[in-house]
Design a protein. Structure first.
Length: 277
C-alpha cells in the first residue's frame, strides 16, 4: 500500500504544475496568429476598379445641324442689314438704280439732296442669300478648324461691334468714293478691312468667308449690271456705277465685301448659339 500512496501523493503534488502548463499553453494558443479565412458569410474585398469615362462628344455633335430657326434668323438679318448699307452708296451717288427702285422721303441739303433712303426691291433678298452663303461657309470651315470658345459662341457685344464696324466701313467707302479714284480708294480700304477681321474675328473661317465674298459679290454684281450683254432682262442692267474700273464695278467694293465676312460670320454663330438646339 505504501507505493500506491506515494503515487497518489506525487499525482496530487503535480496537479498544480499541470494546471499552470495547460493555462500557459491555452494563452499561447489564443495569442498565436491565425491564417485569414474567408467564410461564406464574409463579403469578399473588392479591388479598386477605375470607372469608365464616357468619351467626349464629337465636335460635329456639339455643332448641331442647322435649324430652320437659325437659317430664317440669319436671312432676316441679312435682309435688314443690306438696304441700310446699300443706301450709303445710293445716297452718295456712287451708283444709281435704273429699275425696281425704292425711294423714300426727301433728303436734307446736308445729305446731298435727292432721297433720304434709296435701294431696290431685290436688294433685301440678295443680301439675305449672301448672309446664308457666308454662314454656310463659316459653318463648314469651323467644323474643320474650330474657333476659340470666345469666338465660337461670341457675346452680343462682340457681334454688335463687328456689325457696327462693317456698317461704318460701308459708309466710309461711300464718302471716299466722292473724292478718290476707285483704285486709290481700294488701297485705303483693304488695310481697314483686314484690320476689322483681325480685331473682330481673326479666325480662318471668317477669313475664308470674307475672301469668298470679295470674289463672289462682284461676280454677282457683274451679272446684275448686264454681264457685258450676256444676261437678258430682267436680270441685267439693274443699276450702274458712276466710275467703273473693274468689269463694270468699282474695285474698292472688294474690300468692303471682304469686311462683311467676319461680321456676318459672327452674327451666324451668335444666332446658332441662341437657337436652343
Amino acid at each position: 500500500m505504501q507505493p500506491l500512496r506515494s503515487a497518489i501523493d506525487f499525482s496530487a503534488a503535480m496537479r498544480p504544475i499541470l494546471l499552470v502548463v495547460c493555462a500557459l499553453h491555452a494563452s499561447h494558443a489564443l495569442h498565436a496568429p491565425r491564417p485569414h479565412r474567408t467564410t461564406s458569410l464574409q463579403t469578399p474585398r473588392l479591388r479598386h476598379v477605375t470607372p469608365l469615362r464616357a468619351s467626349p462628344p464629337a465636335e460635329n455633335e456639339e455643332r448641331a445641324a442647322p435649324t430652320a430657326q437659325w437659317l430664317a434668323s440669319l436671312a432676316l438679318a441679312g435682309a435688314a442689314l443690306g438696304p441700310v448699307c446699300d443706301n450709303f452708296h445710293s445716297a452718295a451717288g456712287v451708283l444709281g438704280y435704273t429699275k425696281y427702285q425704292i425711294a423714300l422721303g426727301p433728303a436734307p441739303d446736308w445729305w446731298g439732296g435727292g432721297h433720304l433712303f434709296q435701294t431696290a426691291y431685290w436688294v433685301p433678298p440678295l443680301f439675305a442669300l449672301a448672309a446664308l452663303i457666308i454662314g454656310g461657309i463659316d459653318t463648314l470651315v469651323s467644323a474643320q478648324r474650330p474657333p476659340p470658345p470666345e469666338l465660337e459662341k461670341p457675346s452680343g457685344r462682340r457681334v454688335a461691334g463687328a456689325v457696327a464696324a462693317f456698317v461704318a466701313l460701308y459708309a466710309f467707302s461711300a464718302l471716299l468714293a466722292t473724292g478718290l479714284a476707285p483704285a486709290t480708294e481700294a488701297l485705303v480700304l483693304w488695310p481697314l478691312a483686314l484690320l476689322l477681321w483681325k480685331a473682330c474675328d481673326p479666325t480662318l473661317a471668317s477669313f475664308v468667308a470674307g475672301a469668298a465674298t470679295a470674289v463672289g459679290g462682284p461676280a454677282i454684281e457683274v451679272a446684275l449690271l448686264g454681264g457685258g450683254g450676256l444676261f437678258a432682262e430682267p436680270f441685267g442692267h439693274l443699276y450702274a456705277y458712276g466710275r467703273p474700273d473693274l468689269l463694270g464695278v468699282e474695285s474698292w467694293i472688294l474690300p468692303v465685301y471682304f469686311a462683311g465676312g467676319p461680321a456676318v460670320a459672327l452674327v451666324s454663330r451668335w444666332l446658332r448659339g441662341r437657337r436652343g438646339g
